[in-house]
Design a protein around this ligand. Structure first.
Ligand code: GUN
Ligand code: FE
Length: 450
């Protein structure tokens, strides 16, 4: 066919395609994209692409962009400066004072740092947690950098050890979230979405939690929070409410197929049954859980119980990287301690980071697999790096041998954002300068408060 009105504007050529429609499926082929959508996933050469831009995928795998189910890009400026602490001290001594000290420029520079790291590491969609203020700046960074971001400001109105600057009047906090959602949900051709984000049980009064659930459901937005991450956290929830962490969230509307709970480590049998029957998703964050010494979620057990599990890097100061490769490799190895080395295979883990995450984020029609009509979110991961050689199952090579340094190209909605490992349209030197200045100013304000 030579009618150029049907010819693609981008072709990804000569790669090993893993469309992630089913475990094990892979073939040598090409992807065509037109007007931001996939128009062909082919095992032969795509003809009639004389006007298309070509991205080379030889010696590389072609995958749907990775999707993370829990990150905090706004915490990026604190990276490498909050080590050696368990969750509650990590929050009270470092992370909350940092978030309180951020100004709008700090929020935006932190978001930019987090987003470029995600993109360069092949993550094209993330469910993101903000701080309490200046959340417009996160969306602005996401809008200009081109990532697909589902994000919301966090809500906090109570809590021992929380700086007063982060505690908000619940009604004001909810109306702020409503305005943010009105402005950003569906913006940038649908690339940006809103998700309501109460911080965790210890930061929210029952009224605020219920308000969050009502706000999300009235608008069709997702809900995200942290749950059962740390033993001391769970004990404090019980001391304050008389309930288990999941019971407490459940009693205020924070379970359901529109809810993504980060962590889910310290769960009782009844919690697991309740999460399964309400179709609540757990986001497994093994990197952060190991670094904070929080524990290991029983992911094979959760999956066996019918719970959807996705993956996330959590915050830069508790990981200290936003690499889906790190999370995939941990998820595919640590559960062997309890269940033996076949606990979670590389295809299952790749599925969690693509197809399963898309479904959990209610974006399964849009992203998560390479199929005609879906958004053109495609990544090319090199298979000729030393740790991916010499051969073997491609999922094994990516999950056990892969890393962000192997990401060659990243395309979101048909727009190439990373080409040959380099960010397109970003002045990296100027961004480094903004990050540096923003961290210095934030650190000064943190010191003034002490
Ligand atoms: N629980 C409440 N807030 C946070 C946070 O910012 N990070 C993590 N890992 N857990 C939390
Ligand atoms: Fe988190």
């Amino acid at each position: 066919m030579s009618d150029s009105s049907f010819s693609p504007d981008l072709v990804i050529r000569n790669g090993l395609v893993l469309p992630m429609v089913a475990d094990g499926v892979h073939f040598r082929g090409e992807i065509a994209i037109r007007d931001g959508r996939i128009t062909a996933v082919s095992d032969s050469t795509i003809e009639d692409c004389s006007t298309a831009r070509i991205l080379d995928a030889s010696n590389a795998a072609v995958l749907p962009g990775f999707i993370q189910g829990h990150v905090h890009v706004v915490q990026s400026l604190l990276r490498h400066q909050a080590d050696g602490l368990e969750l509650l001290d990590w929050l009270r001594l470092r992370t909350w004072p940092y978030e309180a000290a951020l100004d709008g420029d700090g929020v935006e520079a932190a978001a930019e740092l987090g987003i470029v790291e995600l993109l360069c590491g092949g993550t094209t969609t993330a469910l993101d947690f903000g701080t309490t203020h200046d959340h417009n700046r996160v969306f602005r960074a996401a809008e200009s950098l081109g990532i697909r971001l589902v994000s919301g400001k966090t809500h906090m109105d109570i809590g021992a050890g929380a700086p007063v600057a982060l505690l908000e009047n619940p009604d004001r906090s909810l109306s702020d979230a409503f305005e943010l959602g009105q402005r950003w949900h569906g913006a940038a051709d649908g690339r940006l979405r809103y998700a309501v984000a109460p911080r965790f049980a210890l930061s929210c009064s029952p009224g605020l939690l219920r308000g969050c659930a009502e706000l999300a459901r009235a608008n069709g937005w997702l809900l995200q929070t942290h749950a059962a991450e740390n033993g001391a956290e769970v004990e404090e929830v019980r001391a304050l409410s008389g309930l288990g962490n999941i019971e407490f969230l459940d009693s205020h509307g924070l379970v359901g197929d529109d809810v993504i709970l980060a962590h889910g480590i310290h769960l009782e049998k009844a919690d697991v049954r309740r999460l399964a029957e309400t179709r609540t998703t757990i986001c497994h964050c093994p990197g952060a859980n190991l670094k904070l010494g929080s524990g290991i979620a029983d992911v094979p057990g959760l999956i066996q119980s019918g719970i959807a599990v996705v993956l996330g890097a959590d915050g830069p100061p508790c990981n200290n990287r936003l690499s889906i490769f790190h999370e995939m490799s941990l998820a595919a190895t640590i559960h062997g301690l309890r269940y033996g080395p076949t606990a979670l295979g590389p295809w299952a883990v790749l599925g969690m980071a693509t197809r399963d995450a898309a479904a959990a984020l209610h974006m399964g029609d849009e992203v998560g697999t390479l199929e005609n009509g879906k958004a053109g979110d495609v990544i090319v991961v090199e298979l000729d790096g030393w740790s991916a050689l010499p051969g073997g199952d491609p999922a094994s090579r990516i999950v056990f041998g892969g890393g962000p340094h192997m990401v060659r190209h990243v395309v979101v909605a048909g727009r190439p954002l990373v080409v040959d490992g380099k960010l397109v349209d970003v002045d990296a030197k100027a961004l480094r300068h903004r990050i540096d200045e923003a961290w210095k100013a934030t650190r000064r304000r943190m010191e003034e408060v002490q």
